[in-house]
Design a protein around this ligand. Structure first.
Ligand SMILES: [Zn+2]
Length: 273
């Protein structure tokens, strides 16, 4: 599932390639996504010029002329990639945007958990999914002091707290597992058992880890591709995620996996307490 570094990478690519480009035509081939694509989605986009592409949490936000904004979420397996116009259609290419620069932008999503909506730009802050988002880890105000009150009064696991988009937006299972390895804490430790000093370290490590992953253009463990349909490079740098049974890079103890919902928690039983 694309998380903050992957979505940030897609947004940077699309910002570079789409700024000033006009959307000529939108073809919705399969509109049954997590939330059905609205009947007027295409007509609202056609003829509009893209002013900027930015990120909010795991959402891709394309600001258009005329006071409209197109918001997408890649869900579990979505890709938004630029193609040559004559490139053959692939299975699961659900929406095709024909651009005036000679390319197509294709929304591809085998599991169809993604989202594509158009909103008046003025409504963005009150749009329910955005109104509830917690602070972005790349925001200047994101520190251990911001995190501590959420951890301090909770009996939930630190892993669940960090995955809660209303506390921190943009983190997902890959980077939560990785950051907990970096600070030496098991995914199951309860929030109230995290000290203020450890919370400060956590805040710093989250920002450092995400910036590193963005430099590597994200993690491609399965479907993720950037806006140019290229794989990321951070999957080679993962220390615990998806490494069940493999030796810890710190102490050679086999990495453990615990089932937490349908997503695994990965940790080194020796390095993490
Ligand atoms: Zn270890």
């Amino acid at each position: 599932m694309p998380e903050l570094p992957e979505v940030e990478t897609v947004c940077r690519t699309l910002h570079k390639r789409l700024r000033g480009v006009r959307i000529l035509q939108v073809r919705v081939i399969e509109g049954r996504l997590r939330q059905p694509v609205a009947a007027d989605f295409g007509t609202r986009l056609e003829g509009r010029v893209v002013a900027a592409v930015t990120r909010r949490g795991k959402y891709i936000v394309a600001e258009l002329d005329g006071g409209w904004t197109w918001v997408s979420h890649l869900g579990m397996s979505g890709k938004l990639t630029l193609r040559e116009r004559d490139a053959s259609m692939e299975k699961h290419d659900h929406i095709v945007f024909t651009l005036d620069d000679g390319h197509d932008l294709r929304y591809h999503d085998p599991r169809r958990f993604g989202l594509c909506v158009v909103l008046p730009s003025g409504d963005l802050n009150v749009w329910p999914p955005f109104a509830k988002l917690g602070l972005d880890p790349l925001d200047r105000g994101f520190t251990g002091d911001y995190l501590y009150p959420f951890l301090h009064r909770s009996r939930r696991s630190i892993r669940d707290l960090l995955l809660d988009q209303q506390i921190v937006c943009g983190l997902g299972n890959i980077y939560v597992n990785e950051v907990l390895f970096r600070i030496g804490v098991r995914p199951t430790r309860r929030g109230h058992r995290v000290s203020r000093a450890l919370s400060a370290e956590l805040g710093r490590e989250i920002s450092t880890l995400l910036r590193e992953a963005i430099r590597w253009r994200g993690t491609s463990v399965s479907d993720y591709r950037d806006g140019n349909d290229r794989r990321g490079g951070f999957q080679w740098r993962l220390q615990v995620y998806d490494r069940k049974g493999a030796p810890c890079y710190g102490c050679a103890t086999p990495i453990k996996r615990i089932g937490l919902g349908n997503r695994g928690g990965f940790y080194c039983p020796r390095c993490q307490r």
